[in-house]
Design a protein around this ligand. Structure first.
Ligand code: ADP
Ligand code: MG
Length: 243
């Protein structure tokens, strides 16, 4: 359902993505691992057009995009079918938990207030924060803020969710609650790409592991293939370093 073909991106002559090819089936969870500075965030940002790729194709369901000829309407559609969860939650500080989740429903999806509120209540329940619905972000822990951010991203019912190191800004004791929410989405067959340093989580939640280095996908396979039987020397070296 999702295909990325020959995706290239550079910043002022610095080649960051050097021909990325990736296929994801509906309901699959893909974990991207690899050293920092290798283009993992840039790849996610290109998929929802926070960055404009230089070249390549992006296909999500029946939306087929050639990045060199993309129209404004296609960019809008692409952004609507993807949603991103960032490292630093990026919640609206002057809105409560429930208002944060309602915002994209009202602004992007044009859903009316009452209906948006009902959807937001269901989502708050899913992420286990119904009792915090009227709290402002400053009154929530980092883990709780990130769970609200995940709720906000899933509220618009995207075709794919993109997570960029969703737990790396959290104190260690708050990581698990966020991973559990992501895991519950995986169990509901939400299609997701997760850039993560949490190898244990990648092993447990992902259907497919993608190892990126220097702007390229070096190796991909099942968690068993990549973690227990990596073939590429760079993958082997990376996994040794982080263990
Ligand atoms: P990763 O997420 O794997 O750590 P990134 O995608 O963030 O890697 O970055 C890859 C490279 O692209 C880095 O060298 C980074 O400095 C560079 N880069 C990322 N975004 C920009 C930008 N907006 N402008 C210039 N350089 C950037
Ligand atoms: Mg990154």
């Amino acid at each position: 359902m999702i295909k990325i073909k020959n995706l290239y991106k550079s910043f002022n002559g610095l080649k960051v993505l050097k021909g990325i090819n990736l296929e994801i089936k509906k309901g699959q969870v893909v974990a991207i691992i690899g050293p920092s500075g290798t283009g993992k965030s840039t790849l996610l940002r290109c998929i929802n057009y926070l960055e404009r790729p230089d070249k390549g194709e992006i296909e999500i369901d029946n939306l087929k995009i050639n990045t060199e000829t993309i129209t404004k309407k296609q960019i809008h559609k692409l952004r609507k079918s993807t949603s991103m969860v960032f490292q630093n939650y990026n919640l609206f500080k002057n809105k409560t938990a429930i208002e944060n989740i309602m915002e994209p429903l009202i602004v992007v999806k044009k859903i009316n207030y009452l209906e948006a509120k009902n959807i937001a209540l269901k989502i708050l329940n899913l992420v286990g924060l119904l009792d915090k619905k009227d709290c402002y972000p400053s009154k929530l822990s980092g883990g709780q803020q990130q769970r609200i951010a995940i709720g906000r991203a899933m509220a618009v019912n995207p075709k794919i969710m993109l997570f960029d190191e969703p737990t790396s800004a959290l104190d260690p004791e708050l990581v698990r609650e966020v991973l559990d929410v992501i895991k519950s989405l995986a169990d509901k067959h939400m299609t997701m790409i997760i850039v993560t340093h949490e190898m244990g989580f990648a092993k447990e939640a992902a259907d497919k592991i993608v190892f990126m280095d220097d702007g390229k996908i070096i190796e991909q396979g099942t968690p068993d293939e990549i973690f227990n039987n990596p073939k590429n020397l760079r993958t082997i070296k990376f996994l040794k370093q982080i263990r």
